[in-house]
Design a protein around this ligand. Structure first.
Ligand code: MF3
Ligand code: CO
Length: 255
């Protein structure tokens, strides 16, 4: 385990990348409407990323073919833009955006409901996942352990009758998109790294309405779906550990 501590120039670099990824995600959330294909969403995202002067952190990552991830309904994460997936009113659309600039990477994600037409279930699922992320961030303080983050997330999700995906986890994120430590969204047994000032973590609960089990698309080898076809939501922020509460680097500040 090799956990980076960020300060000075490096920290400023990650801050810039995080702000660019937050800007792109915020703009994309306002852009997505029913009738668009997920490929349309990917192309628009590519344009927004270009505007920032950065590059997609995902494109070509282990061969990933999209600029962002656009994951609809039972797709948990890693949905690739497709011309034959047309977003319908009421669909849950999970958008995941990573931007690399000057060698630093920002990473964040959010689920929205297309056209704003919520059902009782989609509203509860999104609220629960967003609130679980905020509870995880609240637990992300120097002196706590990484495992305290997942414990806070999981207990909120379970209390609301949903389940946390166990096969994919959050991660350190700065000079590389994926750095140590892994940040599970669930309680773990055994030792877990102590959180220290200067660590930068991407915390990203993936929450399913049904079973926590997932399946990877056999053809494209990327698309992750819930095993039972139930709905899924995903929220992610990149945060800096401080001596007090974590600083969220991916709140969009620039318009
Ligand atoms: N935010 C995701 C992650 O943290 C996005 C990775 S998609 C990939 O892993 F295609 F780049 F792998
Ligand atoms: Co991530």
């Amino acid at each position: 385990m090799n956990i980076n501590i960020y300060k000075g120039e490096e920290l400023e670099g990650v801050r810039r990348a995080a702000q660019k990824s937050a800007y792109v995600l915020a703009k994309l959330c306002e852009t997505v409407v029913p009738g668009m294909s997920t490929l349309d969403v990917d192309r628009i995202a590519a344009e927004y990323i270009r505007e920032t002067g950065g590059k997609s952190a995902f494109l070509n990552y282990h061969g990933y073919p999209g600029h962002i991830c656009c994951s609809v309904n039972d797709v948990v994460v890693h949905g690739i833009g497709r011309s034959d997936v047309i977003i319908q009113p009421g669909d849950i659309v999970s958008l995941d955006v990573g931007v690399t600039v000057d060698g630093y990477t920002g990473d964040n994600a959010r689920s929205i409901v297309a056209g704003g037409v919520y059902t009782d279930l989609s509203k509860r699922l999104l609220d629960t996942t967003r609130d679980a992320l905020m509870k995880g961030i609240d637990a992300a303080r120097a002196g706590n352990r990484v495992s305290d983050i997942g414990a806070a997330i999981e207990s909120h999700v379970v209390a609301n009758g949903f389940s946390v995906v166990r096969d994919m986890v959050g991660h350190g994120c700065g000079k590389n998109m994926h750095e140590d430590p892994q940040v599970p969204n669930f309680k773990t047994l055994g030792s877990s790294p102590m959180l220290r000032e200067g660590m930068i973590l991407a915390i990203e609960p993936m929450v399913n309405a049904g079973t926590w089990k997932i399946e990877i698309d056999r053809k494209d080898k990327w698309t992750v779906r819930t095993k039972d076809g139930s709905l899924s939501a995903h929220f992610e922020h990149q945060v800096l550990i401080t001596t007090h509460e974590a600083e969220v680097l991916t709140w969009p500040k620039i318009a």
